[in-house]
Ligand binder design. Structure first.
Ligand code: NAD
Length: 339
């Protein structure tokens, strides 16, 4: 990516978008426009020296306005959350198709040079994820299609649209299939948080309150892989800059149970809690892992931050937020110049 030319980061008030903006700035890409529909005061990271715009990118006019002079587009905007959110908000998740569609149309009209789309492991057929000792998912497993209902279908459709905009209109699109990403400066409460942040929050809450219990969704033996945010950002940049026109997995390939995730967070916190399993809670698929063969071969990428190492700063950041909130102000660095 050239240093000259405007970069649009859609959904930049969110978790991954905020870290991407921070990284672009570190690398000297200063001509940045960051767009999100949330009030700027609620963005996870805000960089005052660049253009920050509040706009609803489901609307065609808004997409045209923010894309008009852009050379590069990163689309990280989506109405999404963890399993608790996507299982109960399928229509809302699918309506993100308006963001994807209108941004692609606007990017084409504005002759954008390259367009990145953040897809998800939820595009993979649920029938390939029915056991905890699941085989890692390869990119080719996405078809024949039967993705996660709602959210996964939207992601697969939008991937496909990126492909056809490239084939039919010559818009250079690149797609990453993110597998669970975690780290500081993301959502940790309110219902949209994902497992690592939710578990950190629950362990911290137990520690602060002295109630030595934790509620776990499901039986705790379901499996996932978790990628630290810095690995995600490096991979995103590599995919964006590459000639890889087909979607690539971007995730960790270390499979852990939710119980093991809790073990690690408890070790960081220095506590041992009584586990209460809520079998009626949303659980998602039984097991999910990323096959990184393709991205390893093509781009030489592999995750470098272990779950133990990545959860430390995540835990610390959420702890600071919660302690800050209990004192009536925002803790940590939300709203500051990055983290
Ligand atoms: P996030 O919710 O923190 O960020 C998404 C941002 O998009 C939010 O700030 C939200 O306000 C914004 N947004 C939603 N609707 C919008 C609209 N109409 N107009 C403008 N902005 C809008 O989520 P994230 O974790 O940073 O995820 C970024 C992208 O990566 C999303 O496309 C998500 O589906 C994808 N993804 C994330 C993960 C993960 O583990 N975090 C996994 C797979 C895929």
């Amino acid at each position: 990516m050239d240093k000259a030319g405007k970069i649009l980061v859609a959904g930049g008030g969110g978790f991954i978008g905020g870290h991407l903006v921070a990284e672009l700035l570190r690398r000297g890409n200063t001509d940045l426009r960051v767009v999100d529909c949330k009030p700027i005061s609620e963005w996870h990271q805000v960089f005052r020296e660049i253009e920050n715009v509040r706009a609803d990118l489901r609307k065609m006019d808004a997409c045209r306005a923010v894309t008009r002079d852009a050379r590069y587009v990163f689309n990280l905007a989506a109405d999404m959350g963890g399993m608790g959110f996507i299982e109960s908000h399928k229509a809302e998740c699918m309506l993100s198709v308006l963001i994807s569609t209108h941004l692609l149309i606007a990017a084409r009209e504005a002759s954008v040079e390259r367009f990145f789309y953040s897809s998800s492991a939820c595009v993979y057929p649920t029938e390939k994820q029915t056991t905890a000792a699941v085989a890692p998912l390869r990119e080719s497993d996405a078809y024949p299609a039967m993705p996660e209902d709602g959210y996964g279908w939207e992601k697969l459709f939008s991937e496909r649209m990126c492909r056809h905009f490239r084939e039919d209109y010559g818009l250079e699109t690149r797609v990453a299939r993110y597998h669970n990403v975690y780290g500081p400066a993301g959502t940790y409460d309110g219902g949209r948080e994902k497992a690592p942040a939710a578990i950190c929050r629950k362990v911290i809450a137990a520690k602060l309150s002295g109630v030595d219990e934790i509620e776990i969704w499901g039986d705790g033996n379901q499996t996932r892989s978790f990628m630290y945010i810095s690995d995600c950002i490096i991979g995103t940049r590599l995919i964006f800059d590459s000639n890889e026109i087909e979607p690539l997995n971007l995730g960790s390939d270390r499979l852990v149970t939710i119980n093991q995730l809790v073990d690690i967070v408890e070790a960081i916190a220095g506590v041992k809690l009584k586990r209460i399993y809520n079998l009626a809670a949303p659980k998602g698929v039984r097991g999910r892992n990323s096959d990184n063969t393709l991205i390893g071969e093509r781009l030489g990428w592999k995750p470098s931050v272990s779950l133990e190492r990545g959860l430390e700063p995540t835990y610390r950041w959420i702890h600071d937020q919660m302690v800050g909130e209990s004192k009536g102000h925002r803790g940590g660095s939300r709203g500051d110049r990055g983290i």
